[in-house]
Design a protein around this ligand. Sequence first.
Ligand code: PMT
Length: 405
Amino acid sequence: MLKNKNIVLGVTGGIAAYKCVDLVSRLRKKGAEVHVILTKGAQNFVAETAMREISGNSVVTSMWQDIPHYDVEHIALANLADLVLIAPATANLLAKAAAGMADDMLTTTLLATKAPVFFAPAMNSNMYENPVTQNNICALQQRGWHLIPPASGHLACGTDGIGRMPEPSELIEAVEGCFRPKCRSMAGLRVLVTAAGTREPIDPVRYIGNRSSGKMGYAIARAAAELGAEVTLISGPSALPVPPGMNVLQVESARDMRRLVLDAFSSSDIVIKAAAVSDYRVKNTSDHKIKKNDTELTLVLEKNPDILRELGQLKQPQQILVGFAAETQNLVQYAQSKLEKKNLDMIVANDVSNPKAGFNVDTNLIKLLKRDGSIEEIPLMSKKELAYVILSRVMELKNMNGAIE
Ligand code: PMT
């Protein structure tokens, strides 16, 4: 998707600038031509020489430098760009861009370009959350710029919070989305996706949970929205940013999830249940924090409702119902039995014993089992790519279903 695309990368003065060497290298491996602009601040964090070597192109560090192969130097990159990416984008750069300033090569390029602009803010969390910065981000988004939201975690300033620049692989995913052919194969369809794990309370501060991060379900919801579907995402607690362009409902327990899923089910054309729903909940929950003592603590667990099984019973012929099966052994056999018992159209059999698959990793390894007895093995790939594969098989079923009606 990035082959022969001219990506102008604006690097501003933040510690995350060091990640840009890797970013440029990855962009080039994907076939992109990368043209780097380093602001004055960025030059404190990353060397021009390194960027020149890794990008294979001259690096622009000043509006007044003479760069032989760029015509009308100060707007040459603005015209050349197929896409401009600013990573990391400091609060200062966002403020200048929002105000329309053009006092260096990067801001001048931003003002002059007609190419899509993506920006990845990275800064201290107080600076990021400051209403001034948020207003600037809002203004830039209203102008059609694309925000790549910062991640949360440990920041260079020594605090924890939001403000980390996403990893180069995530920046590239965002940029690639811009060049993906805009296929609206799911336009007009209402898709319900569940994601992440549920939490079953023990007392007001403790719960039983699982390792689901929401990555698989969120990727499916995002891909369905990208393909034009009207998406409702019902999610257990997840650290992932709320995906834009869809109705997102947050829940905690399996019973909360069941209530919202049942509400949305009858108006959904396609339901994909990627959530890791707790099979059991605590029977004897305490209204107060359980105090520790010297004896054992026994929790009695009772069965939670099987939401997917209920949906299978309610399912109408025109609806497509897809479940997941997270297994550590007898993958196909157990998945097959869930496909039948829960009256599904397809089940995504997920070998969660593989360290590159299943819970809380970016890749997944699956087999797709359908009602006609077919089993398709899908090679290991990122959850984001896999989401499109799953949806393409869902659409085959939906189209066959439509033909039968
Ligand atoms: O979120 P990630 O970190 O990206 O991890 C992804 C994943 C491993 C969670 C995902 O790929 C996955 O396998 N999800 C299903 C996990 C699971 O609960 O599997 P299960 O075999 O226990 O359940 C089978 C199906 O029944 C699932 O579709 C589940 O949503 C559903 N179910 C289960 C129990 C229950 N009480 N109600 C349900 O609806």
